[in-house]
Ligand binder design. Structure first.
Ligand code: GLN
Ligand code: ZN
Length: 760
């Protein structure tokens, strides 16, 4: 290989797509709604893309990525580029934008492709479907993007693409025995793509293989050899960076010996393992180490002094001129810039670092490595974070005391079967009780009124009366629909985590800290900056009002501690389990407040439980136990008569069925939208005894399913579950659906349940 002495030293793995003010989202949605043309969409997106590149250049980044930008998702881009278009979209033009968006979002004729979480993040990718297709390079979008950067901005960019092994491991609709066959077909297509890039002048290419941080069995290693040997043989002078992130790599020795120019490792989320491998096994002399030193998953300023020490440490094992300084992963997972935050306390704001600020940090460290900064220079930078860490406004001694005495709080309720008898008596629900997951449509009017209220144009009383009217309207609708268990509708919430983030002490919310979650949907994760404490009841008013309007039970609706933790940016000066316990105690207070005010069913949502599961199996047990403890801390102090519900999103549950059982919730509802069959399958092997609702229809699609379709889903579930155990509900909250869609679908759902009851 022998890459000669480096003149470059800083790199970025990926930049947020969404723009400083979510211009990206707005452009996409306007296009989907038919308000702007395709060419105007392309134009806006190009502006955003070029601006992103320019910014990175101005920040002094030497290796600027292209190909990280996407119109929806980079895994979908990869599938699309290689012609993996599922048969149900085959009648459409294979390179058109219409086809691309139909695959992502569904169309009148064809269901959308499944989406699922990207490793342990809250980013969702589209799951490729192979269906025995032979791949081909339909259109080399990386080449176009590379040339665009060169022609428009004179940037010699670094194309980034998903590696073939990770791509195939994430894909579905093929027989695992045929893995090698698919890989063999893909290798020449990748080679063609890389060749075209090299011919156009690309010197560096980043190939992402994050699958390498999962515990792969030994048989995978020859596959990596095969792929990267083939790339090297075809393109011996192209500098390939084999990039990993989110954890340490397994099979270190074999991986660093692959014939690539550079190995990209995460030194932030590796629990020290990558570094210790370098120290004990060594790092090959002929390779470059792309060192992920700046945390790409959190928003705190780095201590540049300690990072500089890490560089010094690494420099003992790798020549300093063979080091690339970079973030630990793509900056897709953090907001764009701190600059637009107006309402955070300045001591907190000064301690934050979003994507732009992280690139400055990368640059500072690169300067340090080049000898252009001293430790003293870096000390200056570190001051604001240190000030923040030591400031007293973050501390709440009562909370710290309580978490020290965590054993004093109950985590065990009366036996489940005993409780169940009490619940049956208390509510006497029909078999196959019908309910919904919590939210009803958030109309434009409500969102606008909330905005006005926030700006002070509406008084609290005015705002509350709007919310109450909406609650009343939907209680009436639920009454007419004939549902058995009601909800108040969550109209007062923009987002299920942000809402609690705003009300709990120790958590801040941002104005503009948006991060892409799926497609054009962005979320603003709250920032847990200090000790978390319950201040005053957060949901009691709305729940009590809703309950006062009906004799049917209305579920109280809370977000659970694990989800608040996983969907927030979390302080990093104490361990996560302590933060989790603080959250659990705060939610516990709310649970008790609801119970005290007559709410008999309380749903504590944990949609993010699954995604927090550590990538390494060896660490999963600890996480699961911590999560279960937190859920139980939050919910076990209620009386036996009170029924605790929970809800979870996404359906890869096989491996955590026992963990779900251990939450000791009375009723659980699980999303099963895009893979109902797969979810039901989990219950064939696990004897689940509690009450459960596996969503009988997919709320993500505007389509109204027929009674027959829903009945089929009920049938499928009842093949593995007892009829007395099953609840009938949609598979997630209805917030994003229209009023008409919601009412029509629920009508069908109630009918399906009634028809079923008559049959038995
Ligand atoms: N109760 C929430 C809602 O209905 C749950 C949302 C979710 O699962 N993400 O909106
Ligand atoms: Zn859900």
């Amino acid at each position: 290989m022998g890459v000669s002495l480096l003149t470059l030293i800083s790199s970025n793995l990926g930049y947020p797509r969404i723009g400083e003010r979510r211009e990206w989202k707005r452009a996409l949605e306007s296009f989907w709604n038919g308000n702007i043309s395709e060419s105007s969409l392309e134009e806006t997106l190009k502006d955003i893309r070029l601006l992103n590149l320019k910014k990175q250049k101005e920040k002094g980044i030497d290796l600027i990525p292209v190909g990280d930008f996407s119109l929806y998702d980079h895994v979908l881009d990869t599938a699309f580029m290689f012609g993996y278009i599922p048969s149900r979209f085959q009648h459409m033009e294979p390179t058109s934008l219409k086809t691309y968006f139909a695959m992502a979002r569904g169309s009148d004729e064809a269901e959308a492709m499944e989406m699922t979480k990207w490793f342990n993040t809250n980013y969702h990718y589209i799951v490729p479907e192979l269906e025995n297709k032979t791949p081909a390079l339909v259109k080399n979008r990386l080449l176009e993007l590379f040339q665009e950067a060169k022609n428009e901005l004179n940037i010699e960019a670094k194309p980034v693409l998903l590696g073939p092994i990770t791509f195939l491991k994430l894909a579905k609709q093929y027989d695992q025995h045929d893995f090698h066959k698919h890989l063999s077909a893909l290798i020449p297509v990748y080679v063609q793509l890389l060749t075209e890039l090299a011919q156009a002048g690309a010197k560096w290419v980043q190939i992402d293989e994050p699958i390498l941080v999962q515990e792969l069995d030994d048989s995978s290693i020859p596959l990596f050899k095969e792929v990267y040997d083939a790339f090297h043989k075809a393109l011996p002078s192209l500098n390939i960076i084999l990039q990993t992130y989110f954890e340490s790599i397994t099979h270190y020795q074999e991986i660093v010996s692959l014939p690539v120019a550079a190995i990209g490792l995460d030194f932030v989320h590796d629990h020290g393992v990558n570094l210790s491998n370098i120290k004990t096994v060594g790092f090959p002399k002929d390779k470059i180490l792309a060192a992920g030193l700046i945390d790409g998953r959190n928003i705190w300023k780095a201590s540049l002094v300690s990072k500089a020490k890490e560089i010094d440490d690494l420099a003992q094992y790798v020549d300093i001129d063979r080091l690339i300084i970079q973030p630990s992963c793509s900056l897709l997972h953090v907001p764009v810039t701190v600059q637009n935050e107006q309402s955070l306390p300045s001591i907190l704001k000064n301690a934050l670092s979003f994507a732009d600020e992280k690139l400055d940090e990368v640059n500072e460290l690169a300067q340090y490595a080049k000898g252009k900064r001293t430790i003293d220079d870096l000390k200056q930078y570190d001051r604001s974070y240190t000030d923040f860490i030591h400031s007293s406004f973050r501390t709440n001694e009562k909370v710290q005391e309580a978490t020290k005495n965590i054993g004093a709080y109950p985590t065990k309720r009366l036996d489940y079967t005993e409780r169940q008898k009490l619940h049956k008596k208390r509510w006497n629900l029909p078999i196959l009780p019908t309910t919904t997951i919590g939210s009803f449509p958030q109309t434009k009017e409500i969102r606008q009124i909330r905005l006005k209220w926030r700006k002070g144009e509406y008084t609290n009383e005015q705002y509350e009366s709007v919310i109450n009217n909406e609650i009343k309207k939907w209680i009436d609708i639920q009454e007419q629909l004939g549902l058995d268990v009601f909800v108040h509708g969550e109209f007062e919430r923009t987002d299920m985590v942000e809402f609690f983030g705003e009300k709990l002490n120790g958590i801040a919310v941002t104005n503009n800290g948006w991060v892409q979650s799926y497609g054009s949907r962005c979320v603003r994760p709250p920032i847990i900056y200090g000790d978390v404490a319950f201040d005053q009841p957060m949901t009691v008013k709305e729940s009590v009002y809703a309950q006062s309007l009906t004799s049917k039970p209305v579920k109280g609706m809370l977000t659970g501690p694990v989800t608040i933790l996983n969907w927030s940016f979390v302080r990093n000066d104490i361990d996560r389990i302590s933060v989790l316990r603080q959250l659990a105690l705060a939610i516990r207070e709310e649970v008790l407040a609801l119970e005290k005010n007559g709410i008999g069913m309380i749903q504590v949502d944990e949609p993010a439980l699954r995604e927090g599961l550590p990538l390494k199996q060896s660490k999963q047990k600890e996480y699961i136990e911590g999560a279960a403890e937190a859920f139980k801390l939050a919910t076990s102090s209620v009386r036996p008569e009170t029924q605790i519900h929970t809800h979870m999103c996404y359906s890869q549950f096989e491996d955590i069925m026992e963990a779900i059982d251990n939450l000791d919730a009375d009723v659980i509802s699980i999303e099963s939208s895009r893979s109902h069959g797969e979810l039901v399958h989990a219950f064939e092997t696990y004897q689940y005894k509690r009450e459960i609702g596996l969503g009988v229809y997919d709320i993500h699609s505007p389509r109204i399913p027929s009674v027959e379709e829903m009945a089929k889903n009920i049938d499928r579930a009842l093949a593995v579950l007892d009829v007395r155990q099953f609840w009938v509900n949609p598979d997630c909250g209805l917030k994003t659906r229209s009023v008409d869609e919601t009412i029509s679908a629920l009508k069908v759902m109630v009918e399906a349940a009634k028809t079923y009851r008559e049959k038995i």
